[in-house]
Every structure is written in structure tokens, then in C-alpha cells.
Ligand binder design. Sequence first.
Ligand code: FPP
Length: 214
Amino acid sequence: MDGNGRWAKARHLPRAVGHQRGVEAVRTLVRAARERGLEAMTLYAFSTENWNRPQDEVAALMGLLRHYIAADIEEFAQNGVRLQIIGDYSKLPGDVVKMLEDALARTAGNTGTTLAVALNYGSQDEIVRAARAAAAEGAITAEAIAANLDTAAMPPLDLLIRTSGEVRLSNFLLWQAAYAELWFTDVLWPDFTPAHLDEALAAFARRERRYGGR
Ligand code: FPP
């Protein structure tokens, strides 16, 4: 969900306002994912590196997260959305951890779209944790690592979208992206609409996936 800061800067607004508009885009896109019958959608909300941002920006992001969970959990519960968290969210502020755990429990039985939110997430950290867990269980195989990733309960990653013109993965779902289709757009996250999602889905549908075969 890249580009919140640049969206705000272009309007001479504080970065926090960009993140606020980013949350509005999240709300719209979660609804769109549900309406389109997507099995799962994962949003990169806070990386293991984002702790290095100024303290007031980190605090603003945590505040938005609190507000979002409180405001939207009811809609999730009613519309069959199942929440998942990837990343070591135990390091977030205690009250946020508690809110997340309540929200996870509340939506655990839902069978509609899975909304995974990446919080204190870094793909290399995830792979290290999964490899350690696989070693503790026995052999370190690709299957054993995959079964211990934070995404173990989710369907395979089909399409990875990066907004704001950056053309890199930035430690997001590196293992899972092995055969994913990638879609890069210049649109900044606060400007990303369901129509942009449809454009990415249409391009995805036209791609021929060979998984290394012919
Ligand atoms: C990247 O934009 C965005 C983030 C680091 C934060 C995204 C988080 C939210 C929208 C809020 C919480 C999430 C949910 C799911 C409610 P950037 O600041 O790196 O933008 P820039 O590259 O233009 O500076």
C-alpha cells in the first residue's frame, strides 16, 4: 500500500493524512474483494523496518489500526470476512494485540474472503522463523517451510500488486511470490480504486502461467 506519504506531500498535507486516506482505500478495496469473490487478499500495513520511521508516524499508524479494527470488525463479522494476521504482531502495543486477538477470534468461523493484514511483517524474518520450526519438527524441506510460514492456512499467492511506481518486492511474501504474477502501477495507494483492481485482475486473467513447465 505504497504512496500514502507522496499523496499527502503533493497536497501539502501531513503524512498522517495520507495514511488516513490509505485506510479509506483499504475499506473500499476489502469490500471490492468480497464483492468479486476473491478468496483472500493480503495487505502490507506495517513492516519490520517501519519501526525506524519517526515516532509520531508510528504512533499515527497504530492509532489508525485501532480505529480501523474498532470501526470495521462488525462489517467483517456480518459479511463473512475472516481476518488473519501475518508477521510477529506480538510486538505491537498491548491494547492493539488484544484488539487483534478479539477480532481474529470473532471472525475465525467466517468462510468468505480472508483479509490478511501484514503487521510487523518481513518476509526474511518469516522464512527464518519457518525454517527454524521446520528444523525442530525434522527435515527442512520446501513443504515443511511452507507449512510453517505465517500464510500456511492461506491459498497460494496468485497476483501481487505494488502501487506508487516502485518496482521491487521490499521483503513482502518473497517465498509465496515464487510463481505469482506481478503487477506494478504508478497509482498511489490512496488513489487506488476497485477499477484499478479490475484492471490488474483482467491482466492477470490474460497471463499464461506455466510454473516452469511448457
Ligand atoms: C506506505 O506508504 C504505507 C504504509 C507504510 C502504511 C500503510 C498503513 C495503513 C494504510 C494504515 C493501517 C492499515 C490498515 C490495514 C488499517 P509510505 O508512507 O511509504 O508512502 P511514500 O512511499 O509515498 O512515502
